[in-house]
Design a protein around this ligand. Sequence first.
Ligand code: TYM
Length: 335
Amino acid sequence: MTQKTLLSGIQPSGKLMIGNYLGVLKQWTSMQEDYRCFFPLVDLHAITVRQDPNLLRERCYQFVALYIACGLNPQKSTIFIQSHVPQHSELAWLLNCFSYMGELNRMTQFKDKSQRHANNINSGLFGYPVLMSADILLYQSDLIPVGEDQKQHLELCRNLAHRLNHEYATEKSPLFTIPEPYIPPKSSGGRIMSLQDPSVKMSKSDSNEQNVVFLLDEAKSIEKKIKRSVTDSGSEILYDEKNKPGLANLLTIFSLVSGNTIESIVDSYQGKGYGHLKVDLAEALIEHLRPLQERYHELSSDRGEIDNILKKGAETAKNVAQKTLSAVQNTIGLV
Ligand code: TYM
């Protein structure tokens, strides 16, 4: 039986935080046993908003070291930088010619980012989901584990794949595999919320760092952020996303880092206040991140090793990507 292919990417923007970790990275590490995995670090996506060149380069190294510290195994999974594999940009151009302005205009992330970066609404930002579709379709990916915020982009990708498969239907196998999203429910990490405003998602590029626990945060800082996190009026501990979104978010994080179910956590805090829960959550989070941070500090000093991983990753990725790109070029009539 051939192994199915899994692909998922992260933009090297901001700093990796527990939303990325609990939403996707942690899932990747367990899924890499069963799938042929590709994990591009999507730097071409990151430059749709202005980046400091030195910081961007630094972050790429930091993110790769963190991937490995979180448990990704470069012997099993292909870890690479998107811009090292030019096939991504080439397929994106071809897909652009099959994408409609109307459908791209509906993307909520484009609307959000246009508002936040009103002086830089560039066409890269508009075409972002097309590049993301190229990332996925190049590898004939079956499964795409992402957080809830990427759902709309994946729908667009599926539509594009269907559109081209239909337009160029042949007796032979279809041009693209139709990818399936894998999005954990909110209570399992699919949407970790901001600590100060649980009505919006936690974001690695949030300008208010109090909203976010970063993977490399020190213990003191984690304690402070959790202690100051917004909970709701009342003092009863129960999981209620609608009426107690702040508490529901803390319970979700607690459950994912402790391995205990939300129900059992709720049970064990009956009659105790939010303060008590926050102290224990901070401790569980610190202990959960400690080994990961230690591994990161060992790995990050070895740039040569990270370069080797990225070189090997790009070679593997290029071989697979070129097969799809050539098939598409041939099918649409390029000489
Ligand atoms: P990015 O870099 O914003 O986020 C990386 C991944 O983390 C998930 N995520 C979250 N999950 C739970 N709670 C949160 N608060 C949270 N914040 C972020 C995101 O859903 C994402 O899965 N467009 C993508 C990157 C991308 C990609 C791809 C993903 C480019 N090409 C191909 C999958 C396949 C993005 O901006 O992710």
